[in-house]
Design a protein around this ligand. Structure first.
Ligand code: NAD
Length: 970
């Protein structure tokens, strides 16, 4: 029934007379009426719920306990393990204060009983959790869902269904989710669904923008077809297609989602289909997207097509956006303060409710903020677009309020996540988000449960609203993420001289200009003729007939470049020069060396794109994995430039250089590792001979040229592509080589030492690294990380997690194994020149241990996923997963430098740590567990750490752990 006061306020003629500046105050009064009315609909249950949320807000420990409970207690499959976690959390946090007396008692009794009867108690705890959350997450079971939807329909409320489930890490899971959504569209009770593009395609890749869009489109078509095939009867008795709404979460997906949406709806087949998309007010980019979508929709309608709907929300992924920005050193994509978000939201509401826009784009106002709702109600009434603007709320959040808004607006759409009973654990993320949202500072929902017109919280919310309304036309309206590499001809390193050290940000591939920039540079490099690379002694370039050949791992048989092979005379001469140069270089001031290193950093920053293309050619490396390597090279330069700052006030320490240092880098990170070695050495006053890895001479050559150009004297850095024979040996073992910085295989380090027992060597060597997955892990996350750790860089990383040690209950779970297989199998394998490829070729045709690991199994082992050669390229292998790997077996102990993962079953957590500790090459190690007790024990007992030598001040270097093996990180 309509509320008279509200109806009067929403009288169009009356509203039309309002001046623009009067709208905000008017909205405040309307919001007060809405609140008053909603109080009259409040049931006892809602009041009790409000009291609980109120209690939760004032009980930080209770909130922490509730979040931890939701997050941790239901992960393990064994009730005993869950019970132990349950008791641990109660011991840690205590029983939450905000609970009622009988609930506290039940919790304590439950905890006590759980140690004796975990099989009885823990299902009850899960059931309680299910019941507690059943208002906000609906059961997906057909009968229950039907009952609920019918109940809602009887009250003229429509429901927008969002099917929750496992994380989408692979294509099997994506297809399953797609099919489940198709089934929903076939269900006569369902008329509206929401999906995210990341739920229907697992390999979103911004660098392969068009390919990714076509994959999304293939799936969207299926959904849209189904929506048209199964119309429903709307409130006017008309048969209309069901509604498919594209949800939005990560900033990364904004362009992909809007482009896939527009391209699909532009197809003739769908011209008459009205579909929807979400825009998040907390992104300044959304304002531009709204204007573009509106213009596009106008054109589509003029072509005879249907309009679209835009659902306006404030934004749901702030925590993750903040983490990403922080890790990457990028600007935060969202507005930096809540009042800007509110202001942008109002700007978008105002734009969307204008008659000339609403005619083409229906608007869904998805908010619980009564001020915003009032604001939208006023605008839609003033503009006469009531039938084009609807109101949307969250299922189970505040039914009394929904009822009030439904009465005032004539309709209501509730957003309802649904989950199958067996997948309940997958709803945890949604639950935690709701809990967080309900209690977050400044959030309207936090206050809603206790809000009274005229109270202090009311006044605060009102003032926030008025401020945002005043600022709506002036709030920042361009993306914060605006890095444009194509305009960086004068780019300098991010970390400036004189400032504290900060990491260099990677390239932001969400920016179209950056994608175009790199595609263009890579095309140029692909078309370029093979280069000839000389030996360079004291600046003199020597091109010999005796040449080595550089291959492009992506194009077997193609000669990428040729390089002169250094001769013994070059080795001897370069050592002479290096020693002569020591006299002047060791006397340069710290400031002078620092300036040179900072210039090197600037030049790498400036040349990032060219260097990236060189590494694609020379190393077969993918764009996304090469770009961070260049950031790392810049970091080495800026970090080592600061490495003497600590000595500034230490008069009792006089650093002395070692002399001439030979740098023997690997081919797998051919630029950054070589760069780090060279710059650390020259910063300390040494002279350097760079001997690139024979498989990556081009990268070494580009590095050497760049460093000379940046100011490193040509007698201080010489370039000697010596082969790994007696010439290389001579360079390593000469009495005049004062030290060697090696990054390479453990056996290489041993070989060097066997040649010259007195060798001074700074070595970082092989790794056989493992990741433990405990029974208390978040398995979605564990699979995601495993796949990245094992197959990133095609597994050619000293830190690759090539072993997965899995606790028995997880190992025996078919779901886990299936998810792991699906995630690995779905990775796109291809040439490094194909931007859609995530697994690119290995450096050369596998031989030795890698060939063995890719083609044969040990006793008791079997393939979960058998690796295959792709595109007839012997360097290009799809990922392999061996299961049944036994502790102590060949695969457990051998570094196999490529895309192969071995999985070991551990009896329990203790056993898993024991196996992890048994590696003789444990450079890095990981643990996936949500159990704080396990994390503490693991930190204490597991010995992982890089065989990393402090290269920063060579005069003072202690050779801490020369050849790999166990050592805590230093
Ligand atoms: P590698 O040991 O074959 O070569 C490393 C360097 O030593 C190259 O410059 C090579 O030319 C030189 N070298 C090897 N044998 C030589 C010889 N007989 N005479 C003269 N020089 C010789 O290693 P790689 O295949 O280039 O790189 C992969 C290895 O590097 C893996 O074992 C990996 O784990 C290791 N790595 C370790 C780290 C780390 O931080 N610990 C980082 C990257 C790579």
């Amino acid at each position: 029934m309509k509320n008279q006061a509200i109806s009067t306020r929403l009288n169009r003629d009356h509203l039309k007379q309002l001046k623009d500046h009067e709208i905000a105050d008017f909205a405040v009064n309307l919001a007060a009426d809405l609140l008053r009315e909603s109080k009259t609909h409040e049931t006892r249950r809602e009041r009790a719920n409000a009291a609980k949320v109120g209690g939760l807000i004032c009980d930080p420990m209770g909130k922490a306990m509730t979040l931890s409970l939701a997050d941790q207690v239901f992960r393990a499959t064994s009730p005993k393990r869950c019970a132990s976690q349950f008791r641990y959390l109660i011991d840690e946090y205590g029983v939450p204060d905000y609970l009622k007396g009988y609930e506290k008692l039940a919790m304590r009794l439950g905890a006590a009983a759980s140690s004796l009867f975990p099989d009885l108690v823990m299902p009850l705890v899960t059931q309680k959790m299910r019941v507690e959350s059943s208002d906000v997450i609906l059961p997906a079971a057909d009968d229950k869902l039907e009952k609920h939807l019918k109940k809602r329909a009887s009250k003229d409320i429509r429901v927008n269904i969002n099917l929750l489930g496992e994380a989408i890490l692979g294509e099997t899971e994506a297809t399953k989710r797609l099919n489940a959504n198709i089934e929903l569209l076939r269900d006569p009770n369902v008329s509206y669904i929401s999906v995210k593009v990341s739920n229907i395609f697992s390999q979103l890749n911004l660098l392969a923008f068009d390919k990714t869009i076509s994959k999304i489109q293939e799936r969207l078509r299926l959904l849209y077809r189904e929506a048209m095939l199964h119309p429903y009867t709307d409130e006017h008795g008309k048969q209309v297609p069901k509604f498919v709404n594209l949800d939005m979460e990560e900033y990364r997906d904004l362009q992909l989602t809007t482009a896939a949406f527009q391209r699909t709806l532009d197809e003739e087949e769908f011209l008459n289909l009205e579909a929807g998309i979400v825009l998040q007010g907390y992104l300044p980019d959304s304002w531009k997207a709204q204007k573009e979508l509106t213009e596009w929709s106008k054109a589509r309608v003029k072509r005879g097509g249907a309009g679209i709907k835009v659902r306006l929300v404030k934004g749901a992924n702030l925590a993750m956006e903040t983490v990403e920005a922080d890790i990457q050193g990028w600007e935060l994509a969202t507005y930096h303060c809540k009042s800007d978000v509110d202001a942008n939201f109002k700007r978008m509401v105002e734009f969307g409710t204008k008659a000339e826009n609403a005619a083409y784009v229906r608007i869904g106002i998805a908010s619980h903020n009564l001020f915003d709702i009032a604001f939208a109600l006023i605008h839609r009434a003033r503009n006469g677009v009531e039938d084009r603007v609807e109101f949307e709320m969250l299922e189970g959040m505040a039914d009394h309020q929904a009822k009030t808004v439904q009465n005032a607006s004539g309709g209501m759409l509730l957003y309802a996540p649904i989950v199958h009973r067996k997948d309940f654990h997958t709803a945890i993320a949604y639950l935690v988000r709701r809990l967080d949202e309900n209690t977050a500072d400044e959030n309207f929902l936090r206050d809603l449960f206790s809000l009274e017109v005229g109270s202090t919280t009311w006044n605060e919310q009102r003032d926030r609203f008025l401020k945002a309304t005043r600022e709506k036309d002036s709030v920042h309206d361009t993306p914060y993420r605006d890095q444009d590499r194509s305009k960086e001809e004068n780019r300098k390193a991010f970390c400036r001289p004189g400032q504290p050290f900060v990491n260099e940000p990677d390239t932001d591939w969400t920016i179209p200009a950056n994608r175009e920039w790199i595609n263009h540079l890579r095309k140029e490099r692909l078309a370029a003729p093979p280069e000839e690379i000389p030996v360079v002694v004291n600046g003199q370039e020597q091109y010999y007939d005796q040449r080595g050949v550089g291959h492009d791992p992506s194009r077997p048989g193609v000669i990428a470049y040729r390089f002169a092979l250094a001769k013994m005379t070059d080795v001897n001469e370069s050592l002479d020069i290096a020693h002569e140069a020591l006299a002047h270089w060791s006397q340069t001031s710290i400031t002078e060396r620092k300036n040179v290193l900072n210039s090197c950093a600037d030049l790498i920053a400036k040349r990032r794109g060219d260097l990236l293309a060189v590494m694609t050619l020379d190393g077969g490396k993918s764009i996304t994995e090469t770009d961070p390597e260049l950031s790392e090279a810049i970091d080495f330069a800026t970090y080592y430039a600061r490495s003497f700052d600590v000595l500034e006030n230490q008069t009792d320490i006089t650093p002395e250089p070692l002399g001439c240092i030979v740098i023997a880098p690997p081919w797998n990170f051919p630029f950054a590792i070589s760069c780090g070695g060279v710059l650390a050495a020259i910063m300390a006053g040494n002279t350097v001979i760079l001997k690139p890895a024979p498989q990556a001479v081009l990268c070494g050559w580009y590095l050497a040229q760049l460093l000379w150009e940046a100011g490193v004297p040509k007698d201080v850095l010489q370039f000697i592509p010596a082969p790994d024979n007696e010439i290389g040996r001579r360079l390593i073992t000469s009495e005049r080589t004062n030290a060697v910085i090696l990054t390479g295989a453990f056996d290489t380090a041993k070989l060097f030492q066997s040649w010259k027992p007195t060798i001074k060597i700074f070595a970082e060597t092989s790794g056989k690294n493992s990741l433990i997955v405990s029974a208390s892990a978040d398995l979605d996350l564990a699979v995601k990380d495993t796949v990245k750790g094992a197959f990133g860089n095609a597994g050619q990383k000293c830190s690759a997690s090539s072993l997965l040690i899995v606790e028995a209950s997880v190992y025996d779970s078919e779901i886990f194994m299936q998810q792991l297989k699906d995630a690995a199998e779905s990775l796109t394998v291809g040439s490094a020149w194909d931007p859609s490829a995530t697994i690119t070729p290995v450096i050369e045709e596998p031989s030795g241990s890698l060939a063995q690991a890719l083609t044969s199994l040990g006793q008791e082992e079997e393939w979960l996923l058998e690796p295959r050669i792709i595109n007839n390229n012997p360097c290009l292998w799809s990922p392999g997963i061996r299961i049944g790997v036994t502790p102590g077996s060949w695969f457990h102990r051998t570094e196999c430098f490529g895309p192969v993962l071995g999985v070991i079953r551990a009896d329990d957590f203790e056993h898993a740590m024991k196996i992890q500790n048994e590696s003789s090459l444990g450079l890095t190690g990981g643990l996936h567990s949500l159990d704080q007790r396990e994390i503490t024990i693991w930190r204490d007992k597991v010995e992982v750490g890089n065989a990393y030598i402090n290269r920063s001040i060579t005069g003072a270097i202690v050779n801490r752990q020369p050849f790999g093996g166990w050592k805590k990180s230093v």
